[in-house]
Design a protein around this ligand. Structure first.
Ligand code: SF4
Length: 391
């Protein structure tokens, strides 16, 4: 583990940040300072294709115009509070925004791709029990600029500017799977992702972007219609009793509604399957009967599973299922014809589970929470035992 750099000052800025403005909003900002919309197009290209962070670098603009832009605007990037790079090359940033709030971004390199995991909120309103961020209260939604800015900082870090014109990108994929529930901040997430997808800038196609949700059913349809990105669902259990313990949002949007929203998701096909994320929790959701129930639940959906060995964090009520149990679980899914890779844990030496770097947000009392979790888990397991015989 290596702390690569640190920056902690809070920037006080009154000029308008351009990163995160939609194309129309950028043109409007230029009109407001008596500049023609085509100038906005030029600046868009400098910011999102060339990666310019200062107006002084925009050498196709006149000196006078650069000075004028400098007076009214800033390009805008999150600051970096902390960076850690794992021995397996996973890199994690704690980003700091203009008001001092912080959120995490993670880069996970693979042989044929590199995925940037982006946060959508500071903290979270939800309390998924396996998730460290779920112990931190929601502070606020991130703006569109703060969301797209995380990806831009990651690209700064690897010098991936200007945008590569061929398919060989180091930072080739985005998952909206960091801190927060992206569908509870949909407007800002949508603006940010539309900027990322725009052809004359970062130009990352929708097939390279995955939005992961805990299951906010009404917004899943909107996400499909407006963005058309890949969908991942944090599923984690095949029955309402168990899932409501692991993910209390299940009480609001139970499995029947969630699975129907997946069936209806526009663009889902065998070529673009929905991903069901499934964290392996010892004694909670990891038996062959759970796997068989999953098969039954998802049988008519073009989907794949992503089995995630639980990455424990201090104070968690759960343990990771042992390797043989995970293998046995996967085998049941494989035998039924599903793709169900077991995710290799990444960045364990830098605590890369969601929310672990951000230690200064408010937390619930770990002891109190553990007691509550144990009681709920016991009740869910009893309910599951009753059902198991019927599967
Ligand atoms: S898993 Fe996502 S939605 Fe659930 S508590 Fe963690 S950050 Fe929030």
């Amino acid at each position: 583990m290596a702390p690569d750099s640190a920056r902690s000052e809070i920037v006080t800025e009154t000029r308008t940040a351009l990163v995160g403005l939609s194309r129309d909003a950028l043109a409007e900002a230029f009109r407001a300072v008596d500049e023609k919309p085509f100038r906005a197009k030029q600046v868009w290209h400098w910011i999102y294709h060339r990666g310019a962070t200062e107006f002084s670098a925009m050498t196709t603009l006149s000196k006078d115009l650069r000075a004028k832009l400098e007076k009214h605007f800033v390009v805008g990037r999150p600051a970096i509070d902390r960076v850690q790079t794992s021995t397996d090359k996973t890199r994690k940033w704690l980003m700091q925004f203009d008001d001092g709030q912080k959120a995490e971004t993670v880069f996970i390199p693979d042989d044929d791709r590199g995925t940037v995991c982006i946060s959508s909120q500071v903290g979270c309103t939800l309390t998924c029990r396996y998730c460290h961020t779920g112990t931190q209260r929601l502070v606020r939604n991130l703006t569109a600029g703060e969301i797209v800015g995380q990806f831009m900082v990651a690209r700064d870090s690897y010098g991936e500017w200007p945008t590569p014109t061929d398919e060989r990108r180091m930072l080739s994929n985005i998952v909206m799977m960091g801190m927060g529930e992206p569908l509870y901040n949909f407007d800002n997430v949508a603006t940010a992702l539309k900027i990322v997808m725009a052809d004359d800038g970062i130009a990352l196609g929708k097939r390279r972007i995955t939005l992961s949700t805990s299951g906010v059913v009404p917004e899943i349809r909107r996400c499909g219609a407006e963005l058309g990105v890949n969908l991942a669902i944090s599923l984690h259990a095949p029955d309402d009793d168990t899932r409501s313990v692991i993910m209390p949002i299940n009480k609001k949007y139970p499995l029947k509604e969630l699975i129907q929203a997946c069936r209806d998701y526009p663009g889902a096909s065998n070529a673009r399957r929905i991903t069901f994320e499934y964290v392996m929790l010892k004694g909670m959701n990891d038996t062959p009967a759970h796997a068989r129930a999953l098969i039954k639940l998802t049988k008519d959906i073009p989907c794949k599973f992503n089995l995630i060995p639980f990455n424990p964090w201090p104070g968690t009520p759960y343990e990771c299922s042992d390797a043989a149990t995970v293998e046995r679980f996967a085998q049941v899914l494989w035998d039924a014809g599903f793709s169900a890779p077991i995710r290799t844990p990444r960045g364990r030496d830098i605590l890369a589970a969601c929310g672990q770097l951000k230690t200064d947000s408010e937390r619930l009392s770990a002891k109190e929470q553990r007691l509550k979790d144990a009681q709920e888990a016991e009740a869910a397991q009893a309910a599951w035992a009753e059902k198991e015989a019927a599967i």
